[in-house]
Each structure stands twice: as structure tokens, then as C-alpha cells.
Design a protein around this ligand. Structure first.
Ligand code: 5GP
Ligand code: ZN
Length: 114
């Protein structure tokens, strides 16, 4: 989508600090980090949020989860624990309408989240 911020990041029209990329997934650093490690994991193909996941192929969905796991392990996030979050809808704090999973790590986390 031409007017979608994350689609523009996928197309490299907007610069980002990319930490992983394959045919279907992009992982880049959040511009306003809420933890020492704060990454965003997105499908390259635009869907608005998790409620549209069936618009992606099974392989694309798998690649999202697999790349989250691989990246967390590469960064050693499992040692102290990490959090994976996808805010869905304005009421839950979603500010960009392109599916994204936050990976947050290297600090302590409270439960339940606010
Ligand atoms: P949400 O609020 O939708 O759950 O998460 C959107 C995230 O995108 C926020 O954490 C915000 O800091 C991040 N973000 C917004 N604009 C940009 C940008 O231009 N570049 C990067 N790298 N992250 C962004
Ligand atoms: Zn998009």
C-alpha cells in the first residue's frame, strides 16, 4: 500500500535499521524503543493486523513466528526472558495499520501489561 508507513519501509523508501530480511519477513529496530532491545517484525505483504492473518499463506505466517524465534535466540533474549506483542486496534495501542509484532528484551517486564 502506497500510503502505509511499514510498506514504505519494506520498499526502502523510508530508512530503517534492518536486522533480518527474507522473501516474506522484515525485522527492523523500533524508532522509539521501549526496551534495550525493541524490534518490529512484519510480513512484507500488507495486512492490517492479526485478524487478517488468513490473507497470508501458511508459509508466510510460519516465517513470521520462525524469524521471531531465531532472532530472539541469536540475541540471547531467552536468557532473561523477552516479550512478543501485537497491538490490535486503536484501543490496544496500535498506531500503524500494518501487522507487526514487537520483540522486547533485555529488561524486566511487569504482568499484566498496562
Ligand atoms: P504500535 O503502536 O502500532 O503497536 O507500534 C508501532 C511502532 O512503530 C511504535 O513502537 C513506533 O515507535 C514504531 N514506529 C513508528 N514509526 C516508525 C518509523 O518510521 N520507523 C521505525 N523504525 N519505527 C517506527
Ligand atoms: Zn503496509
Amino acid at each position: 500500500m502506497d500510503d502505509c508507513l511499514f510498506c514504505r519501509i519494506v520498499k526502502k523508501e523510508i530508512k530503517s535499521e534492518i536486522v533480518f530480511e527474507n522473501d516474506s519477513v522484515l525485522i527492523f529496530k523500533d524508532i522509539n524503543p521501549k526496551a534495550p532491545v525493541h524490534l518490529l517484525v512484519i510480513p512484507k505483504r500488507h495486512i492490517a493486523d492479526i485478524t487478517e492473518i488468513d490473507s497470508l499463506s501458511a508459509a508466510e505466517s510460519y516465517e513470521i513466528l520462525s524469524s521471531i524465534s531465531k532472532t530472539a535466540l541469536e540475541l540471547g533474549l531467552e536468557k532473561s526472558g523477552f516479550r512478543v506483542v501485537t497491538n490490535t486496534g486503536v484501543g490496544a495501542g496500535q498506531s500503524v495499520a500494518h501487522l507487526h509484532f514487537h520483540i522486547l528484551g533485555k529488561r524486566d517486564f511487569a504482568w499484566p501489561p498496562g
